[in-house]
Design a protein around this ligand. Structure first.
Ligand code: AMP
Length: 324
């Protein structure tokens, strides 16, 4: 076990009111056994670090429902394609640690090494990968799974490994990643994992922008217009809720209009970055099948992905449901 900046013992870390940090799975398992001995309900919040208030909201929610909350920080290679931002992904352990201390809600941090998580190694090239992987068929290759066909297999695999280490009673995920919630809920159900899955509403800035670790890639100019995706999907949601629109094309019309308008404004202002819509999607909340017609009171996810410059942003709003 290690503390953020030295190898202080677990006892020292807790005596200071700090959080024990485990980079060894074996050491973590010893800590976990003690929680069982003390009959503690253990909550778990998996993250890739670069923590923001959205992550901290998950930790605080978990603490309300559990005795001891474990946060993992692991940038998972298996969910990145070779052309994606694995190397650039922000790694900010010292500020992450301070943020978790400030919540007063985190009992332990799991900081596993890639070499322990993937004992035979992990190539980003899927054809070179060896070993065991988990895939949730039927839910992983639409929406985010179209541009990122490797993604949910990587997520399901790492979350399974983390569950096997942490053995949580409850696990907490953000609705910001709506499809991830649906995939993991199905995984927990299908693999008969004794874990209660909870999804927590998306934490947003005052202007509606969903908090994301990747927002730090945006220049102030980009950040200003980056609310366009949220504004777009919110306008479509209004079409459903206020105007009772059920036809897909009609529902999505205002979203496309807002995106086109902002693109034009950027061109007119001569901004030196592009905005490119990746997709907009309206799916049933359980099957994740695209809907041509939304049934009356049918639970659905209205989502999208957009490039602002080279940064890819995702967002969603829920229709006729609060929980994923
Ligand atoms: P990440 O570090 O991006 O893998 O995210 C870790 C967890 O935090 C996932 O369950 C995310 O869905 C969740 N999360 C990320 N951003 C937000 C947000 N803005 N609001 C709520 N949860 C979030």
């Amino acid at each position: 076990m290690s503390s953020p900046s030295n190898n202080a013992s677990h006892a020292t870390a807790t005596a200071e009111g700090k959080i024990p940090v485990f980079d060894s799975i074996a050491a973590f398992r010893e800590w976990r056994k003690e929680q069982t001995r003390q009959n503690k309900v253990v909550g778990f919040v998996p993250t890739m670090g670069a923590l923001h208030d959205g992550h901290l909201e998950l930790v605080k929610t978990a603490k309300k429902e559990c005795d001891a909350v474990v946060v993992s920080i692991f940038v998972n290679p298996a969910q990145f394609a070779p052309h994606e931002d694995l190397d650039q992904y922000p790694r900010t352990f010292d500020t992450d640690y301070a943020s978790l201390v400030s919540t007063n809600a985190c009992a332990a941090i799991l900081l596993p090494k890639v070499s322990e998580m993937y004992p035979v190694g992990i190539s980003l090239d899927r054809s070179q990968q060896r070993g065991a992987f988990v895939e949730v068929q039927g839910l992983s290759h639409q929406m985010e799974g179209i541009p990122r066909p490797h993604f949910f297999r990587g997520v399901a695999t790492v979350v399974t490994k983390l569950f096997n280490i942490v053995q949580p009673d409850r696990a907490f995920f953000g609705q910001k990643d709506a499809q991830q919630c649906v995939v993991l809920r199905a995984m927990i159900r299908d693999l008969l994992l004794p874990i209660t899955m909870r999804s927590v509403p998306t934490c947003r800035e005052a202007d509606g922008m969903a908090l994301s670790s990747r927002n730090r890639y945006l220049t102030p100019e980009m950040r200003k217009i980056s609310t366009l995706l949220y504004r777009a999907i919110t306008a479509s949601k209004k079409n459903i809720v206020e105007h009772k629109v059920q036809d897909r094309e009609e529902i999505l019309k205002p979203a496309y209009a807002i995106i086109e308008q902002v693109k034009q404004e950027c061109k007119d202002q001569g901004l030196d970055f592009d905005i490119r819509l990746d997709y907009l999607s309206l799916v049933d909340v359980e099957t994740l099948s695209e809907l041509q017609v939304l049934g009356e009171s049918q639970a659905a996810i209205l989502s999208g992905a957009i490039y602002v410059g080279t940064t890819r942003l995702i967002d969603n709003v829920l229709i006729n449901t609060d929980e994923l």
